[in-house]
Design a protein around this ligand. Sequence first.
Ligand code: NAD
Length: 348
Amino acid sequence: MTLPSEKALVPFVSVDNMMRLVHSIGIEEMLKDLASYVEDDFKRWERFDKTPRVASHSDVGVIELMPTSDGEAYGFKYVNGHPKNTKEGLQTVTAFGLLADVYTGYPVLLTEMTMLTALRTAATSAMAAKYLAPKGSDTMAMIGNGAQSEFQTLAMKAICGLKSVRLYDTDAAATEKCARNLAELGLEVVQCRSPEEAIEGAQILTTCTADKQNAKILTDNMVGAGVHINAIGGDCPGKTELAAGILERSDVFVEFPPQTRIEGEIQQMPEDFAVTELWQVITGEKQGRRDSKQITLFDSVGFAIEDFSALRYIRDRIKGTEFFIDLDMLADPDDPRDLFGMLQRSKV
Ligand code: NAD
């Protein structure tokens, strides 16, 4: 509970401050912390308000609002997805988010979430892989070497003990960039010329490409037994990365089925296609990986609870630091009914 203060100021974390915060904590440490916040919230899944995100589609992309609440705090993220943007020198995905106190309805945090989305998506992928990937997985194919790729790789290193990453992108410059960024971070980094080469010897296959179409980044014949697929890029209607045959041979784990059936890889499958909710694996209610031959597939689309966890984490971590400024974004007159008087008194 937050009681109204004299002036209701809202902590704001800019992109600059977010980057300083990440470095002050250490990126791998922060990925581990975020994964544990996400894991804690997945364990209390049933306490949350849940709704598929509210999406506004256009020919070139999507703008989405992602709200949720645990009854004490309320959070939402504004996020876009515009695959054509990089050609114009802009990001495919940008985001900001807000956390509020349910008791007063007052915001308690406003923050950039472009960096934070990359971090929370990677932390969630690695948390899922911790439960689903074959024991001893140490090699990952990273297909799609754009903005998310280094984050995905580092989270798998920090949380699952990844030792080697095999990169592939249709744009060799993206692979070059990713390899450069990952050099000297304690991983073997292999640049590959085809997706077939990238998956050689990998136990974890991550697809993280951006294209608004039903693509087949992995075809059925490319996926053998005993791997974990971390499918990140298929996250809106008409945008998928995997051949349907792979889904038929896999055990599919999802965040929130009503959203994933619209946006995820399983949009290609019949409405009653069997999936397991990841939170139930984490609470121990459902089985994750059964045996070493099984193909597990995390059909990730990104769900509001992961953003809520990230917002909670930032709220907790900025306390007592210099990594935020206070914003005067709430009109909060001393006499709550005298909003007009407050306006008049401000006249110069
Ligand atoms: P990005 O545009 O920075 O990178 C995408 C990369 O994919 C580019 O380098 C592009 O050249 C490459 N690519 C496109 N088609 C390819 C193909 N057929 N084979 C190999 N590479 C190909 O985008 P990003 O920010 O890294 O995001 C990637 C995808 O992940 C987007 O679709 C985004 O919507 C999605 N995403 C999902 C989540 C989630 O929670 N699941 C979160 C963030 C982003």
